[in-house]
Design a protein around this ligand. Structure first.
Ligand SMILES: [Ca+2]
Length: 478
């Protein structure tokens, strides 16, 4: 009936699987996006871990959809650029990792996830590790988030002694003073910020997961009536690992296990709060990670953090939205963090591609139908230096050359996964269906596939270089 009325009005309704889903053009769910740092594919129960207890994530997966070909990138900042802009990091000129001395950040002209949903009146908050520029013009509150609470970059870094802006009531811990903070940058000692000001230094990392969770649940309770978007890029499980007293020493997986089990608890608290607020059915919850395991497990894939093998970039991902995403299902199609922006845009009813090229695609067809065909059959693997290292098309994956040096990220002890790449030299072709662990280079047997993928890679990289957009610069710097 509704379709007929729309037809009479001159509109055409494209059926997408279940017609009751397709007939609802704009759903405007609340969105909670949980983005773990350095957690690998094999680190949690739903994706095969048998050692750690992750009952809340097991439940999330049982009530939602697991994605088994969900791509992020090898390291932190570039991964955040992808998830927030819907583009490969090379298109928005964000390198692998930014540092406390970095003068750049995500360009203010980029339209972030928060700015997309803001157009439809969403309340937005960023809680956790930002890592897209710590200088004031680049912070979350300048990129569409109403508020921000978290650390500006990785927890193994140090304070920007020159530019940190301390709140009047900043809590200085461990005998620290502003004078001492300005005098020396100490590794593994980072500021905790609210808005654009430092509110605690050094941040008490053992309680961050707990405090981020409290911030998120408070936000949910306070925004029951509005649509909202919570972006929760956790500080854990990047090294130095930490867990609160309640979880420390409790898991069978050392401090990493404790931290992961605390993150699982955090997911449970958020779900409990959504239910108590009667927002369960109105909320899309997404759980994923920014790159492969640093100290944990990327099993069954080859490689870990910083690698372009699947273990560096293919992440556990769970999406739950009762009544919309079929429960207990799995999607094996190619998808990834770059697809979230066009997907959110579709869900809230915004056209994000009007003035800019996006690399991601709307993956709602995958979310709503586990039998759906591919939305995009190609994925590009960019390096920290923003060059193209590999391309996947369908089941074929071609390394264009020896996997590139992942730049500064390699210096990080947590990035030792890069070592695992050494075996691959020159162009190498893998069939991910027949050989998911990328053990056997079959380039010599399939020269026509190599040639086709090389041509496609060259075409795609040339397009991105041609339409590349700059990173944000501080005024007065180049
Ligand atoms: Ca990371």
């Amino acid at each position: 009936m509704r379709a007929a009325l729309l037809l009479l009005a001159g509109l055409w309704l494209i059926p997408l699987g279940d017609p009751s889903v397709a007939a609802e053009p704009v759903a405007r769910p609340n969105i909670v996006l949980i983005f773990i740092d350095d957690m690998g594919y094999g680190d949690i129960g739903p994706f095969g871990n048998t050692k750690l207890k992750t009952p809340q994530l097991d439940k999330l997966a049982a009530e939602g959809m697991k994605f088994t070909s969900f791509y992020a990138t090898p390291v932190c900042s570039m991964s955040r650029a992808c998830i927030l802009t819907g583009c490969y990091n090379a298109r928005v000129s964000i390198p692998g990792v930014l540092f406390p001395g970095s003068q750049i950040g995500l360009h203010s002209d980029e339209v972030t996830l928060a700015e997309v949903v803001k157009q439809k009146g969403y309340s937005t908050i960023c809680i956790g590790k930002w890592h897209l520029g710590h200088r004031e013009p680049f912070l979350p509150t300048k990129q569409g988030f109403d508020s921000y609470f978290g650390i500006p970059y990785s927890n193994d870094m140090s304070i920007d002694t020159q530019h940190a802006r301390f709140a009047e009531d900043c809590v200085f811990r461990d005998g620290m003073t502003e004078k001492k903070a300005r005098a020396e940058a100490i590794k593994h000692t980072v500021p905790l910020m609210r808005g654009v000001e430092v509110v605690e230094y050094p941040a008490d990392q053992a309680t961050l997961t707990q405090r981020y969770t409290e911030e998120a649940t408070k936000f949910i309770r306070e925004h029951k009536a509005d649509p909202f978007f919570i972006y929760l890029p956790h500080t854990m499980v990047h090294i130095p690992l930490a867990a609160s007293e309640k979880f420390r020493g409790k898991s069978d997986g050392g401090l990493l296990g404790d931290a992961i089990e605390e993150l699982d608890w955090s997911v449970g608290e958020i779900m409990r709060t959504l239910k108590a607020s009667q927002l369960d059915e109105k909320t899309l919850v997404i759980f994923t990670s920014d790159n492969g395991a640093a100290v944990g497990s990327s099993a069954p894939w080859r490689g870990k953090k910083a690698s372009q093998f699947e273990g560096g970039v293919r992440e556990p991902c769970i999406m739950r939205w009762p009544g919309r995403i079929p429960a207990g299902t799995t999607c094996n199609q190619i998808a990834g963090t770059i697809d979230l922006l066009p997907t959110f845009a579709k869900l809230v009813g915004v056209d994000p591609a009007k003035e800019r090229i996006l690399d991601g695609r709307d993956i709602t067809p995958l979310m709503f139908d586990p039998k759906a065909g591919p939305v995009r059959d190609t994925h590009l693997y960019f390096t920290a230096n923003q060059s193209l290292a590999a391309i996947r098309q369908g089941d074929w994956k071609l390394f264009l050359a020896a996997p590139a040096n992942n730049g500064k990220a390699k210096k990080n002890k947590a990035s030792q996964g890069a070592k695992n790449e050494k075996a691959a030299t020159g162009a190498a072709l893998y069939n991910l269906a027949a050989d998911p662990s990328e053990a056997k280079d079959v380039a010599a047997e399939h020269p026509e596939v190599v040639a086709k993928l090389q041509a496609e890679a060259a075409r795609r990289e040339a397009e991105i270089q041609e339409h590349r957009r700059p990173a944000g610069q501080l005024s007065g710097t180049k």
